[in-house]
Design a protein around this ligand. Structure first.
Ligand SMILES: *[C@@H]1O[C@H](CO)[C@@H](O)[C@H](O)[C@H]1NC(C)=O
Ligand SMILES: *[C@@H]1O[C@H](CO)[C@@H](O)[C@H](O)[C@H]1NC(C)=O
Ligand SMILES: *[C@@H]1O[C@H](CO)[C@@H](O)[C@H](O)[C@H]1NC(C)=O
Length: 580
């Protein structure tokens, strides 16, 4: 009886007091698939800490990345807006940044949730991957840097982890090497050989300078290639603290430990004030890595080791929140930036990409496998524990949600595409605030999702689909990622139509014979797509060739004592003091 009364009082208090502003902890994995987590049905990968988070909060089962690629998805996440509105959707083949010395990035005119929370007095930090640009004009303007987008503190990786960042892990440039180096070298080789044979058979006379010229040409082709190989890693794979380079090239040794320590120290420094902590893991993008404690421990090779180490790190962050008594006053969110990269299979057949569960496709395409991501939110006593929500939600929704919780309001002078999640999370609404969602393949409108009011159906139309290679595969293995143009896609007119509520695997396209409302559905979705397209404004293209390519005058290089050209330093080893 007394217990019941106490419970009643407790419930009444919890309901009547408006929840005060929470701390915000955002955890994002890279390229993790929805099928990789225990709480989403994986039975062989061990993710106890993420599962614990899910058990104490809400699990979203139709949580969607705004783009199936890192740079645009993260840009949308930070701003609550479709990448195309930011100029962060590519019109060419390259959809993400590959060089730190690119001039493109998240425009300073855009407003991130970090900036709005900082204005509300939050202490803000980004630990880990950024991938949204660094500089515009010179090596000191830092126009795209996290510290210019509302973060007080940054420790991490301004670019993205790539195979080329880890010696012996291979390269993402193999196709470019083939066309720019090996192919011309082969032609030159055959030419020299043929000329030499003809010369010695005395069929023609080839002056010696022709041979010398051809050899010089070989040198001209090979030397930039060797330079590129030699410098790619230090130039693009380095670790920063705020504006300072800490480690160039970055070492993978204990990297997750170091990041975790940075994250927990940030929380400990901020027990007396509100904070926003965004931990953006380099895992589980290739090159895969894990520390000794996790190597060869999982049942899924080096990929599984990386997932399990990241899960450990998340456990450390949750433990510190518990230890300091902050858990009940903290909204924790876990997600991935897009689906798993299914084409990541090594030449030995080892899987370096994750699992998208039952869903088709993966990273770089808009089949559900590319965009349906884990979405877990926990805020004890405010959000109901153990709830599962299947309504369509977007990673753009975090922006309006945390901005409102912090007591700020979203900017009124621009379109915000994300929607406040709290009504859904608190059970005050049963319906997603998104009637339509638009799925882009780079800058091309690829698919539309419609969840009509008063209906269970989730319609999805495709204007084009990627051509999987080899035929029958579940990905574009010939190009390593699916592409959005030309011979890499098949156009559909009328668009392909699926009902995800009955066909989440997208295997049964509907026809007027199988769906009586077929024409009405397509008409309504086309009208929504047209409205959306009309709402777009012309903005500078941050992923144009000019903004994408390496610019020598933007190259950040940490001056070392021995030689200023080597671009090498390791301040992590020297000073283990991680003060701020
Ligand atoms: C770098 O560019 C910024 C913005 O154009 C300018 O204000 C600054 O003076 C430049 N710095 C140097 C060292 O040239
Ligand atoms: C990495 O961590 C291990 C175990 O804690 C330690 O022995 C090793 O010295 C660390 N390496 C570096 C470079 O800090
Ligand atoms: C669990 O994850 C591993 C690694 O990605 C994958 O190979 C396996 O198929 C997944 N299991 C399920 C049931 O999705």
């Amino acid at each position: 009886m007394r217990v019941g009364l106490l419970l009643l009082v407790f419930l009444w208090e919890a309901k009547s007091q408006p929840a005060s502003r929470p701390n915000i902890v955002l955890l994002m994995a890279d390229d993790l698939g929805i099928g990789d987590l225990g709480c989403y049905g994986n039975q062989t990968l061990r993710t106890p800490n993420i599962d614990r988070l899910a058990g104490g909060g809400v699990k979203l089962t139709q949580h969607l990345a705004a783009s199936p690629l890192c740079t645009p998805s993260r840009a949308a996440f930070m701003t609550g807006r479709y990448p195309i509105r930011l100029g962060m959707a590519s019109h060419s083949r390259m959809g993400v940044y590959l060089f730190t010395a690119s001039s493109g990035g998240l425009p300073t005119s855009e407003v991130t949730f970090a900036r709005l929370l900082k204005e509300q007095g939050y202490s803000t930090a980004l630990i880990g991957k950024w991938h949204l640009g660094i500089n515009c004009y010179n090596t000191t303007d830092f126009c795209h840097h996290p510290l210019r987008h509302g973060f007080d503190y940054f420790y991490g990786f301004p670019m993205t982890n790539l195979r080329d960042c880890k010696p012996g892990s291979g390269t993402v440039f193999s196709e470019a090497y083939w066309w720019l180096v090996f192919f011309p070298l082969q032609i030159l080789g055959v030419t020299v050989f043929t000329l030499a044979v003809l010369h010695f058979l005395r069929l023609i006379h080839v002056p010696i300078w022709v041979f010398i010229a051809l050899l010089l040409l070989v040198g001209l082709i090979v030397s930039p290639f060797l330079c590129f190989l030699h410098y790619f890693r230090p130039f693009n794979c380095f670790l920063m603290r705020n504006y300072e380079i800490r480690q160039q090239p970055m070492s993978f040794e204990n990297l997750t430990q170091r990041m975790t320590l940075e994250a927990t120290r940030f929380i400990r420094r901020n027990t007396e004030r509100l904070f926003l902590l965004f931990v953006s893991y380099l895992q589980v993008h290739t090159a895969l890595f894990s520390s000794k404690d996790f190597a060869s421990k999982s049942r899924h090779g080096i990929y599984g080791d990386a997932v399990e180490e990241m899960d450990w790190s998340i456990g450390q962050v949750l433990n510190v929140l518990d230890e300091l008594g902050l858990a009940s006053n903290t909204l924790v969110y876990f997600t991935s930036d897009q689906g798993a990269h299914v084409e990541e299979v090594t030449s030995k057949g080892e899987m370096h990409g994750g699992s998208n569960g039952i869903y088709k496709g993966g990273k770089a395409n808009n089949w559900e496998g590319g965009i349906r991501i884990p979405g877990i939110l926990r805020w004890p006593r405010v959000i109901q524990a153990g709830l599962e929500i299947d309504e369509p939600t977007s990673n753009m929704d975090i922006f309006p949600t945390v901005v409102k919780l912090a007591g700020a309001s979203p900017p009124q002078d621009r379109i915000i595409d994300g929607r406040d999640l709290m009504p859904l999370l608190q059970g005050k609404s049963q319906r997603s605030a998104h009637e339509f969602l638009f799925h882009y393949c780079n800058a091309h409108l690829n698919a539309v999702r419609w969840h009509p009011p008063h209906s269970k159906s989730i319609w999805k139309t495709f204007y084009f689909t990627p051509n999987f290679t080899p035929e029958g595969a579940n990905g574009c293995f010939a190009t390593h990622v699916c592409l959005c143009f030309g011979k890499h896609i098949t156009h559909h007119d009328p668009p392909l139509l699926f009902d995800l509520s009955s066909d989440p695997q997208e295997t049964k396209p509907l026809t007027p014979a199988t769906e009586p409302r077929y024409h009405d559905i397509l008409r309504a979705m086309q009208a929504a797509a047209d409205d959306h397209t009309r709402s777009l404004q012309k903005v500078p293209n941050q992923l144009s060739m000019w903004n994408f390519f390496w610019k020598p005058w933007l190259q950040l290089c940490c001056p070392s004592a021995s030689s200023s050209l080597s671009c090498q330093c390791d301040r992590e080893k020297q000073g283990q003091s991680m003060s701020n």
